[in-house]
Design a protein around this ligand. Structure first.
Ligand code: KE4
Length: 431
């Protein structure tokens, strides 16, 4: 009889072929302990692992599944498109339709180019910004993540205005030196870099609603301040909306704050769970992208018809009711965490924005990377394990967002809060 396939057995096999046994580091559970669960199937807000355990999912593939896992209509749309051919390496009507839909939702995107990941979107946006301005340097923010292109794997050098240094082996010092680091929600740190490196900065790239240090919303005036600095210094403003795009609202974070970036990066929801990224913005800037202009960027599966179909399905269902329901569920979860922590005497700060929530195990407010790093990651790990044991699947890292979807029911959120009360008591006991 065939040996049952368990997560443990699969992970043992996986580590013999996949570095670390996974295809993306955060999935390995290294930040929370234990071995990763191998998922067999998912539907709605529920995951089922290969051992048959069921979980309420708060990763939701790290954001794409805003309508829940495997909605019938999406599966049908993908199936009927796939029957006509899965990839042509030639233009198809769907990429035009999805591009027009993106522009309708985000009018700052006058031209858009589809790619296959958020990383490709961000690295390409930086390339075209450098070409447009003729400048080499970029400013990014500590704690913000824009994918794994070399330019983004840099941390601040010794002084506040020194050139970046690599955060990963394999990233050249020369490349990292063109990346300057500022502090999120600290306009002064940005102004200092603009002055110290006057005339050499091509772009400021920012998550307008940060999700990669955990959820950290922008303080009033921060994004407008960036817009003003960029306009004054001839720097392009790039909003990395890979998480916030179509999640913060149908028009992303830019629609909420009413600020027009010069370029926007998109991913996750735009592909409906299939591999899609996109970058776009002002026509005069995007007009430099090959073959319209000289800036080279290409991709075998860019604009893939099946992925475009999934993206169109997802972006055609972004109704006002969806965001109202997501916000209600988000605040239900956020206050549930806060009450659970209070009841157990565990210091907790809960940051939330619509359907994005992060419980930070710290007593002081979290408004940038340093304050996020003050969180007690071992407390988070214990909380994570307590939730997993009670059928909840949280992000396996303190520095990530919990993602809600239209498929999460009030009952599932109530169940999650009950589990959180018990898990918080376990955290309190271990303190
Ligand atoms: P991808 O290359 O992973 O599609 O997108 C990179 C990216 C770019 N910009 C932002 C704001 C992002 O959040 C991401 C990717 N997000 C992570 C989760 N924090 C993906 C999960 C993973 O790395 O496995």
């Amino acid at each position: 009889m065939k040996k049952p396939v368990t997560s443990r057995a699969l992970f043992a096999r996986a580590t013999q072929i996949l570095p670390g046994g996974v295809d993306s580091p955060v999935r390995a559970f290294s930040a929370v302990g234990g071995a990763p669960l191998f998922i067999a199937r998912a539907s709605g807000a529920t995951l089922v692992d290969v051992d048959g355990n069921r979980f309420i999912d708060y990763v939701m593939s790290w954001g794409p599944m805003i309508h829940g896992h495997a909605p019938a209509g999406l599966i049908k749309a993908i199936g009927s498109t796939a029957k006509l051919g899965t990839s042509f390496g030639a233009p198809s009507a769907r990429e035009v339709e999805l591009g027009e839909r993106v522009r309708t939702l985000m009018p700052s995107i006058e031209r858009v180019r589809f790619v296959s990941s958020g990383t490709e979107a961000a690295m390409s946006a930086v390339r075209v910004a450098r070409a447009f301005t003729g400048r080499d340097r970029i400013i990014k923010f500590e704690g913000c993540y824009h994918g794994h292109a070399d330019a983004f794997l840099a941390k601040a050098g010794s002084g506040a205005t020194t050139l970046g240094v690599p955060t990963s082996p394999g990233v050249s010092k020369a490349v990292a030196a063109d990346t300057l680091l500022a502090r999120y929600n600290d306009l002064g740190s940005v102004a200092a870099l603009c002055t110290a490196h006057r005339g050499t900065i091509a772009a400021i790239i920012v998550e307008p609603l940060a999700g990669n240090m955990g959820v950290v919303p922008p303080v009033d005036g921060f994004l407008q301040g960036l817009r003003d600095l960029c306009t004054r210094h001839g720097i392009l403003l790039i909003f990395d909306e890979v998480i916030s795009g179509f999640r913060a609202s149908a028009g992303g974070a830019q629609a909420i704050v009413g600020i027009t970036p010069d370029l926007t990066c998109l991913g996750k929801i735009i592909g409906g769970g299939l591999p899609v990224g996109a970058y776009g913005g002002r026509a005069d800037i995007m007009g430099l992208v090959a073959p319209a202009g000289p800036v080279y960027q290409a991709g075998t599966l860019s604009g893939n018809p099946v992925a475009m179909t999934a993206g169109l399905w997802a972006l055609k269902r972004l109704t006002p009711k969806l965001y109202k329901d997501l916000a209600r569920r988000g605040s239900m979860l956020a206050s549930g965490f806060a009450d659970a922590a209070r009841g157990a005497g565990v210091p907790l700060q809960v940051n939330a924005f619509g359907s994005l929530v992060t419980p930070f195990f710290t007593s002081s407010p979290v408004r940038d990377y340093d304050s996020a790093l003050a969180a007690d990651t071992s407390a988070y790990a214990r909380f994570f394990r307590g939730m997993l044991a009670r059928g909840i699947y949280p992000p396996p890292s303190q520095f990530e967002a919990w993602f809600l979807s239209d498929a999460h029911t009030d009952r599932q959120i109530a169940q999650t809060i009950l589990a959180a009360r018990a898990a918080m008591r376990e955290v309190a006991k271990a303190r």
